[in-house]
Ligand binder design. Structure first.
Ligand SMILES: N[C@@H](CCC[C@H](N)C(=O)O)C(=O)O
Length: 296
């Protein structure tokens, strides 16, 4: 089984080309692939499959026929997510660099609907992230690293809680301990949520993120879009803004237009590899990582 490793501002992925949809990508296999000690290591998996080979993914979505490819995104814990902004840039870069598509605007089916990836022959990739849905500013109580914040609820196809940490310096933001999951109200976020902590606004922001199904990551594309939109809304601005968003892994640009949000940033392919059959068989059985409790 072939794989490619890639990243977008340090949010890293194992890309699994599976055009005909032959692969049974179980949660156990996803967890084994993403394991940073006993697998390839990543924040998530991007399975690349022809949309026609995956009719069930398209069922609830409008215009599935518009997209040739389905981006089957999985979080490192094996869970499904509706969308992944950094992943879509990397997915688009792979489609072009591997010769599946020509440079240009490529429609891709995701669980949030069809999204476009504008991939030049080289350089940064811009993805169409769809329209945002923003709740009332600062309406939700959230606790992160033992500190109480007010969060704005934003959907970019997947759920976000954006916390403006007005009193925090850049050093304070960097020092927050994000090793434990934030405490969020489960009635507001029944399916879990990605939590962003933000300083600086509304023209330029810096953020850290604790991702649902992963933990802290160096970047989150849907999160950067949620932050830019929440930040503009909080400042009484509407669409028509361009916001640079600094994440621990680099810099993203979010453009909020009348119809939708666009996300621009790097998309880097790092390596190609082959999974060994014996490792794959063990991963499928769920017996990776090899150092399971009680084995020594
Ligand atoms: N890192 C991603 C978001 C991945 C999905 C997220 N963890 C979720 O469960 O919603 C991005 O770049 O958008």
């Amino acid at each position: 089984m072939r794989f490619v490793k890639g990243h977008g501002t340090g949010n890293d992925f194992v890309i699994v080309p599976d055009p005909d949809g032959d692969l049974d990508l179980t949660p156990e296999l996803v967890r084994a692939l993403c394991d940073r000690r006993t697998g390839v290591g990543a924040d998530g998996v991007l399975r690349m499959v022809l949309a026609a080979a995956e009719p069930r993914a398209a069922e609830p979505l409008a215009r599935p026929g518009a997209a040739r490819w389905f981006m089957d995104y999985r979080n490192a814990d094996g869970s499904l997510a509706e969308m992944c902004g950094n992943g879509l840039r990397v997915f688009g870069r792979y489609l072009v660099d591997a010769g599946y598509e020509r440079p240009g605007l490529i429609p891709v089916l995701t669980r949030a609907g069809v999204r476009g990836a504008d991939v030049p022959a080289e350089g940064e990739v811009t993805v169409e992230m769809g329209p945002p849905s923003v709740g009332s500013p600062d309406a939700v109580a959230v606790t992160v690293a033992g500190r109480a914040f007010r969060a704005t609820q934003v959907s970019m196809g997947n759920p976000h809680a954006v916390c403006f940490a007005d009193g925090l310096s850049p050093a304070d933001l960097a020092a927050l301990d994000l090793t434990r999951p934030p405490d969020v109200p489960s009635d507001v976020f029944p399916d879990g949520v990605n939590v962003e902590i933000v300083i600086g606004a509304p023209d330029a922001v810096a953020m850290r993120v604790y991702e649902r199904g992963v933990g802290e990551t160096l970047s989150c594309g849907t999160g950067a879009c949620a932050v830019a939109v929440a930040s503009a809304t909080r400042a009484g601005r509407g669409p028509g803004v361009a916001v640079p968003v600094a994440v621990p892994g680099g810099l993203l640009t979010v453009l909020w237009d009348d119809d939708q949000v666009r996300l621009r940033g790097p998309a880097v392919l790092v390596s190609d590899g082959l999974l060994r059959p014996d490792w794959l068989a063990a991963a499928r059985r769920g017996s990776e990582p090899a150092l399971a409790a009680g084995s020594f």
